[in-house]
Write a protein that binds this ligand. Structure first.
Ligand code: GDP
Ligand code: IMO
Ligand code: MG
Length: 428
């Protein structure tokens, strides 16, 4: 039995989809515990590429159970679009291989409207959200006016909650933001259609996942976003609205922390970020451009160019601490081939001191000056390496630095987007 977490150690897009797919081979169950379709997880198997947003990345295997946890916010339209997309790609999604928590909150059309108009109202201080309604949906959850999947299963309950919400949201949208009023009928009928289609998938997933772990099955918890986008430990307010760190698994699935056996942090060999917010090691000149082009750093969900920078070990060390990471999987190290010198950040100079953690205040973080250590690069492509021994000596030195600085082993090295382009170095 094992219950292990795969989560992002940076600002998202570290390769969680690829690593989940790789590690899912040994899992029976793959569970999403937070976030929603703001995520964009790419999985490549052979010559086929799949882009997943809401459905766990274990769906490409025929024999795995995939679970959407209570901590996830579910946009039913996005869910069924993704199920249809997978069907067209030859992957059948049925209640046999996907179940959805009855406690998950629903993203409603007004959440998407509010996401857009609130961003616009923030002006130059916008967060750069994905526009999927994530923040407004989690706001309603915490404010206790949200509509859950179980409510949608009861027509009268759903009707009452929708009427209350439409009244309040309509007045905010029209009176505060000068937007258009909402129509109850249209939304009600649209969601009743989703209710019918969703019903067979709905379960108490805490019971299901608990039973699987108890009966000796292997369960993988697939994180979305990354540690620095966490609502508590990220670069607030330039974060997402959920707990992306390991602690998010317990409340997002209804599984006690003592049942979790390990946590793998996915770390890109350099750093990227989409959307706004501080980024100490960002490269605003041609090296950043080089990384973006070589690493195809464009968002899966929004198509936006990702900001690129050097690897920041302060961030990885913080991620290891906050999530109790038992190892790192380092991805995209193949992208670095051809660089003469590679820098890594090993501390921040702040207020006359050197610190190795990420300060809470953005004003303090803005004052942090990265301290770099320089490594010699390597020329040879490593996309075809299939063992640790085949890696260039300089790449090994780079990986050793990550291990030593973070006091966390590197268990996996990823040298390309495909499932087979993966080197298992140590047990996870
Ligand atoms: P996620 O959100 O963490 O799942 O990551 P994304 O899918 O948004 O972005 C990662 C991108 O890098 C995807 O296009 C992957 O196919 C690709 N990728 C993952 N691992 C590697 C790797 O080791 N090397 C290269 N070159 N690409 C990779
Ligand atoms: P995956 O799972 C990278 C970012 C957005 C924005 C901030 C808030 O593919 O790694 P939101 O729509 O969540 O309210 O946006 O978070 N963001 C991501 N960045 N990868 C993601 O997911 C992200 N999901 C949200 O760009 O800065
Ligand atoms: Mg992504």
């Amino acid at each position: 039995m094992s219950a292990f977490i795969v989560l992002g150690a940076q600002w998202g897009d570290e390769g969680k989809g690829k690593m989940t797919d790789y590690l899912a081979e040994d899992a029976d169950v793959v569970v999403r515990f937070q976030g929603g379709n703001n995520a964009g997880h790419t999985v490549e198997v052979g010559d086929k590429q799949y882009k997943l947003h809401l459905i766990p990345s274990g769906i490409l295997y025929r024999d795995k159970l995939n679970v959407i946890g209570n901590g996830v916010v579910v946009d039913p339209k996005a869910l069924f679009d993704e199920i249809d997309y997978l069907k067209n790609a030859g992957v059948d999604v049925t209640p046999e291989n996907l179940i959805i928590s009855d406690r998950a909150h629903l993203i409603m059309p007004y959440h998407k409207i509010l996401d857009g108009i609130k961003e616009k109202a923030r002006g130059k201080n916008d967060i750069g959200t994905t526009g999927k309604g994530i923040g407004p949906c989690y706001t309603d959850k915490m404010e206790r006016s949200g509509i859950r999947v179980c409510d949608l299963m009861h027509k009268d309950v759903f009707e009452e909650k929708l009427r209350e919400n439409i009244e309040v949201k309509s007045s905010i949208i029209t009176k505060v933001f000068n937007g258009e009023s909402l129509s109850f009928e249209e939304m009600y009928n649209e969601y009743l259609g989703y209710a019918e289609r969703m019903k067979p998938f709905v379960r108490d997933i805490s019971v299901e996942v608990y039973d699987k772990i108890k009966s000796g099955k292997n369960v993988l918890f697939e994180g979305a976003q990354g540690t620095l986008l966490d609502i508590d430990y990220g670069t607030y307010p330039y974060v997402t609205s959920s707990n992306t760190i390991a602690g998010g698994v317990s409340n997002g699935v209804g599984i006690g922390p003592t049942m979790i056996t390990s946590a793998v942090g996915i770390a890109k060999a350099y750093t990227t970020r989409v959307g706004k917010g501080p980024f100490p090691t960002e490269l605003l000149e041609e090296t950043g451009e080089w990384l973006r082009e070589k690493g195809h750093e464009y968002g899966v969900t929004t198509g936006r160019a990702r900001r690129c920078g050097w690897l920041d070990l302060v961030i990885l060390k913080s991620a290891a601490r906050i999530s109790g990471l038992t190892s790192f999987a380092v991805t995209k190290i193949d992208t670095l081939a051809g660089m003469e010198k590679i820098k890594v950040c090993t501390g921040y100079r702040f207020d006359g001191k050197i610190i190795d953690y990420v300060p809470a205040s953005l004003e303090d973080l803005a004052k942090c000056e990265p301290i770099y250590e320089e490594f010699d690069g390597w020329d040879e492509s490593i996309a075809d390496a299939r063992s640790y021994e085949e890696l260039p000596e300089n790449a090994k030195k780079y990986l050793n630095k990550i291990e030593n600085f973070t006091d966390t082993k590197v268990s996996i090295v990823s040298v390309g987007p495909r499932r087979d382009q993966t080197i298992k170095v140590k047990d996870i």
